[in-house]
Design a protein around this ligand. Structure first.
Ligand code: UGA
Length: 441
């Protein structure tokens, strides 16, 4: 099929590359000419495992094309995916400016029937707004559909090719031409389909992200109780999650969720609830627990070290999760800026995110290191903020030798308590007992 992807951000690029891999001719369109020129030269604006390889293969085969001309993209494609950003507005609502803008551009360019598909995460009933815009611009009949994306950064290509389910929402909620085209598009992906009305499809995406964020905040609240009572959150999560009705995924306690999706989607869903006079206290609590998690972690570091003034802290991990260089709403932003505000000096290392981190105002003053060992040299404490696999395999004996004090604050629970105890580290993690902490507390 001939497809256009409007917006070459995270979702757009991965979606475009994966549709090309499924045998479609894909045009990725972005109004940012500089970005398009770089993509034409094979330069990726983001790090995502295997994306560069996929883009290079399918660009060479002529299955993937990058353009900044919306008319060309609309003219050449029967399916047009909207993949532009929907960031939080000042009041928490989803800012639909970009989605509306590209929708108008598409409507102005359209000459024949097209299916316009919402892939960006949008609030329920956005389709009605977009339909109105299209009708204002053109008399050509177009259908709108919603096919929300459920991929995770760091495993995006695998997730796209192996989704738990495909959600397709159309205006009729039944067998119309938009649905038939979308089913045809996904015919080689083995996954259950959820064919629904378009409002439900929009809401499914917001509700899914809210449910995932809720699970994480729930376990983070339980982790606080574990710390007060001597219970171990990893054991608790394992047994609670073994109940099939609950499930073990997304029950990893830590310094809270970040990224470009959960924070904005939760806020947008709260906003929609309030618009409809629905009590959003549950979502507010999910949000508040998450906000508190980072501050509590900094407080524990401060009290553990007997103050932060003049202390040197080595930070391992900056991105909001492993497998990405994405710094959007990364817990590290709040934690590092707070450590520095309270008087600490920060050395930091991340395998992929340092270039993006350097652009952030909150990180001015951070000293970036070439690897984990340089980060650890002479520090008063090492702090783990992202669970990159390579941090698990560090030579702990060497670490212990080069650190000023053998103290680790682990915001992602990557090490075993037994190992830390045996190696003589003071080790403070989330929702688990503190090990050898006599020397620090
Ligand atoms: C999330 C959803 O998982 C995807 O299904 C969805 O498609 C995507 O948002 C989106 O809306 O586009 P993503 O933000 O890429 O994906 O990453 P997640 O793996 O969901 O992690 C989000 C945050 O939760 C990270 O900060 C991670 O560290 C944290 N997390 C995750 C935990 O603290 N504990 C867990 O058990 C799991």
């Amino acid at each position: 099929m001939n497809i256009s992807i409007i917006g070459t951000g995270y979702v757009g690029l991965v979606t475009g590359a994966c549709f090309a891999r499924l045998g479609n001719r894909v045009i990725c369109m972005d109004s940012d000419k500089r970005k398009i020129d770089l993509l034409k030269d094979g330069v990726m604006p983001i790090f995502e495992p295997d994306l560069e390889k996929l883009v290079s293969i399918y660009t060479k085969q002529g299955m993937l094309e990058f353009v900044d001309d919306v008319e060309y993209a609309v003219d050449k494609s029967e399916l047009i995916f909207l993949c532009v950003g929907t960031p939080s507005g000042a009041d928490g609502s989803a800012d639909l400016g970009a989605v509306k803008g590209v929708c108008r551009d598409i409507a102005k360019a359209v000459k024949d029937y097209r299916v316009i598909i919402e892939k960006s995460t949008v609030p329920v009933r956005t389709n009605e707004v977009l339909n109105g815009l299209i009708r204002e611009e053109t008399a050509v009949h177009c259908d709108i559909a919603c096919n929300p994306e459920t991929l995770k950064e760091g495993t995006a290509i695998h997730d796209f090719m192996n989704p738990d389910r495909l959600i397709i929402g159309t205006e009729t909620g039944g067998a119309d031409s938009a649905l038939i085209r979308l089913i045809n598009l996904y015919r080689n992906i083995a996954s259950p389909y959820y064919i629904v009305d378009i409002n439900s499809a929009e809401l499914i995406k917001h509700a899914s992200n809210a449910a995932l964020a809720q699970k994480i905040s729930f376990i983070n609240m339980i982790a606080q109780l574990c710390e007060k009572t001597g219970a171990d959150v990893i054991e608790v999560a394992r047994a609670v999650g073994a109940d099939k009705r609950i499930g073990r995924d997304f029950l990893n306690a830590g310094i809270g969720w970040g990224g470009s999706c959960f924070p904005k989607d939760l806020q947008a869903l709260m906003y929609v609830c309030r618009e409809h006079n629905i009590d959003a206290k549950l979502l507010e609590a999910v949000y508040c627990i998450n906000e508190g998690q980072r501050g509590r972690f900094v407080d524990r570091i401060e009290s553990g070290l007997g103050g932060l003034e003049g202390k040197v802290i080595g930070v391992l991990g900056l991105s909001f999760k492993p497998g990405t260089d994405d710094m959007r709403y990364a817990p590290s932003i709040h934690i590092i800026s707070e450590l520095m505000k309270r008087g600490a000096e920060v050395n930091a290392y991340d395998p992929k995110a340092m270039e993006k981190a350097k652009e952030l105002e909150e990180f001015f003053g951070v000293v970036y290191c070439k690897d984990e060992y340089q980060t650890a040299e002479g520090v008063d404490a090492l702090v783990i903020l992202t669970e990159w696999k390579q941090f698990e395999w560090l030579d702990k004996i060497e670490l212990r030798r080069i650190m000023g004090k053998p103290v680790i604050f682990d915001g992602r629970n990557i090490y075993s308590l037994d190992e830390m105890e045996r190696l003589g580290f003071a080790y403070i993690s989330i929702g688990r007992k503190a090990v050898n902490s006599g020397s620090v507390f």
